[in-house]
Each structure stands twice: as structure tokens, then as C-alpha cells.
Design a protein around this ligand. Structure first.
Ligand code: DX5
Ligand code: ZN
Length: 218
């Protein structure tokens, strides 16, 4: 299934609850929640208290993207805060397999993310174990960047690997996605679309509807 996951990193935090309700009511299926620690990525965003608090605003899938060192330390607490899907970076885990197992043990959806320059071979052995692969289409850390073109071919290669192995997993793209490039990314094989500034940078309701039109083939 094709889904939109608006990234609240670009939302107006002074009215975060309203912003989430807007994209929820406009039809977005996921809410993308970027957690940054100032170490794995240069910036710091927000953490558990915010996630726990916004859980009250929507029943949509909380798609938590952890850009933090050794994310295994926080899996349990994040699930308790309401995470439905946790994605960890292959680059940030000393023991990626163990970290994925820790997510799955809590009965939620497990994702693994790759930075633009990290090859797909980094995840070839755990592909059978994850529900989703997130291909970063910018270097993680900030919203509003421009998509790095070579990452589109990486999505294509991943899709091929998934088909060859007859796996059923979602491919998410994150970073610099907008209404002009989303169809190219979907043609390459992506089916979960993260968009931050392209949703919250203007009329979030209208932008969500426009994305959903394209995502649903309209
Ligand atoms: C970047 C984050 C993204 C970011 C996307 O490190 O992982 O989710 O919010 O923002 P845009 O869509 O503006 O590139
Ligand atoms: Zn993200």
C-alpha cells in the first residue's frame, strides 16, 4: 500500500497538535517523527515527552525515525510512548540484528534506515527480518534539503533485491521529497513517502491532499 508520512519536524511546534490533526484529517496514513540526538546527526529535535503528548492527537501510525547513537537504549520507552513503527539507522547500531530483534520483541513494525552513502550491502543479511527499509534521500539532520539524485537509483536497486528474494517489505524515502519528484521515487519502488517542508511549509491540508492524489495514482 502507498502511504504518506508527513514529517512533523517542519510543523509549527507552537501548535503541533493542530498541525497533526490537519494532516490526519486530510488523509495521511502515518505521522513521521524525527528524533535527533546532536551526536549521530548535528541537530537535536525532541524526544519522549513530546511523543507521549502528541499520541493523544491521532490514531495514525507513529513512524518514529531514530537518528541517535545506539538506539537500542530507547526502544522500550519509545514503544511505551506510543511508537507503532521504529526505524533505526544501520550506521548507528553496534549490533543491528539485536536492535531489530528488540523492536520486534515489542510487537511493533521494525524498520532500518541507510544514509545516502551507505551501500545496500549493509542490510542484505537482515532484509528478511525487517518490515521496512528507509532510504535517506538527503543526509539526515535537517528538513528542507534538496534530494540527492543518486539515491533514486539506490531505491531502484533495493526494489530489485526485494523482488528477487520475494520479500514483502515497505520502502520508505525521506528527505527533499516534493510534489515534483514523488512520482519518480514511486516508479523507482518507494511506497511510503515522507515529506516535511513540502507538507508543512505551506497549506498542510492542501499539500497533503495533493500528495495523496499523486501517491494514489490520481
Ligand atoms: C531529515 C529527516 C526528515 C526531514 C524531511 O533528517 O529525517 O524526515 O524532516 O524533511 P524534508 O521533507 O523537508 O526534506
Ligand atoms: Zn525522517
Amino acid at each position: 500500500m502507498n502511504c504518506l508520512s508527513p514529517s512533523i519536524l517542519s510543523a509549527d511546534f507552537s501548535k503541533l497538535g493542530e498541525e497533526i490533526k490537519t494532516v490526519d484529517e486530510a488523509g495521511a496514513q502515518y505521522i513521521h517523527i524525527d528524533v535527533m540526538d546532536g551526536s549521530f546527526v548535528p541537530s537535536i529535535s525532541f524526544g519522549m515527552p513530546v511523543i507521549r503528548s502528541i499520541r493523544k492527537c491521532t490514531d495514525k501510525i507513529f513512524d518514529v525515525h531514530l537518528m541517535i547513537d545506539e538506539p537500542i537504549r530507547y526502544i522500550d520507552e519509545l514503544v511505551d510512548c506510543g511508537a507503532d513503527l521504529i526505524t533505526v539507522h544501520a550506521e548507528s547500531c553496534k549490533h543491528l540484528d539485536r536492535t531489530i530483534e528488540a523492536i520486534k520483541e515489542r510487537g511493533i513494525i521494525a524498520g532500518v534506515a541507510l544514509n545516502p552513502a551507505t551501500p545496500l550491502t549493509a542490510i542484505e543479511h537482515i532484509l528478511e527480518k525487517v518490515d521496512m527499509v528507509l532510504i535517506m534521500t538527503v543526509n539526515p539532520g535537517f528538513g528542507g534539503q534538496k534530494l540527492i539524485p543518486y539515491t533514486i537509483d539506490k531505491v531502484r536497486q533495493l526494489k530489485k533485491m526485494v523482488q528477487e528474494r520475494k520479500l514483502k517489505l515497505d520502502i520508505e524515502v525521506d528527505g527533499g521529497v516534493n510534489l515534483s519528484n514523488v512520482e519518480t521515487l514511486m516508479d523507482a519502488g518507494a511506497n511510503i513517502i515522507v515529506a516535511g517542508s513540502a507538507v508543512f511549509g505551506g497549506d498542510a491540508e492542501e499539500n497533503t491532499r495533493c500528495f495523496l492524489n499523486l501517491i494514489n495514482g490520481g
